[in-house]
Design a protein. Structure first.
Length: 172
């Protein structure tokens, strides 16, 4: 099973939800270290049902379309526990468009790259602020606090790198 599918299953272990609700949950709790799109979530849910790791129930609503609410099964909980017990040897290769732009800097201007660094710094500072709040919110949940701390450390390292990149670009 893919890491994305386990991510969706983990979200279901936090409580039954529709695909839309899971997407909102992922956006506030996971996006800073494992972004997943709503379409990916919607694609994984029927697979979890097919595998017996979740059930889906149509819930009628007034004034809006009905929704399908998913719940993790006992088999899903067990599969998730087994997944947590193993080490996933996936080598991370973060995709960052800014790195591509810098790689091909010879085809751009220093001014443009400095503007891009400014934009990246704004994003990193937003992540830092957001994850600092999460760290406070997750203080009593060690695993979740650790993921927030990881994102904070990465953001702080990015800020150091941005300073180095600016220095390098100003020197060229």
């Amino acid at each position: 099973m893919s890491t994305g599918r386990f991510l969706v299953l983990g979200l279901l272990l936090d409580g039954s939800a529709s695909g839309y609700e899971l997407s909102a949950r992922a956006a506030t709790a996971l996006a800073y270290f494992w972004p997943i799109t709503r379409s990916q979530i919607y694609a994984e849910l029927p697979r979890l049902v097919e595998e017996g790791f979740a059930t889906g129930e149509d819930v009628p609503q007034r004034g809006v379309p009905d929704k399908r609410v998913y719940t993790a099964t006992d088999d899903g909980r067990e599969a998730f526990r087994q997944w947590l017990s193993r080490f996933d040897e996936v080598a991370e290769r973060a995709r960052q468009p800014l790195q591509i732009q810098l790689h091909f800097a010879a085809h751009s201007t220093t001014e443009h790259l400095l503007v891009q660094l400014d934009r990246w710094e704004q994003e990193v500072r937003h992540t830092l602020e957001y994850c600092s709040t999460l760290l406070t919110d997750y203080a009593e949940v060690p695993g979740r606090a650790l993921t927030a701390r990881f994102a904070i450390n990465r953001a702080e390292a990015d800020l150091v790198w941005i300073t180095e990149a600016r220095t390098t670009l100003h020197g060229s």
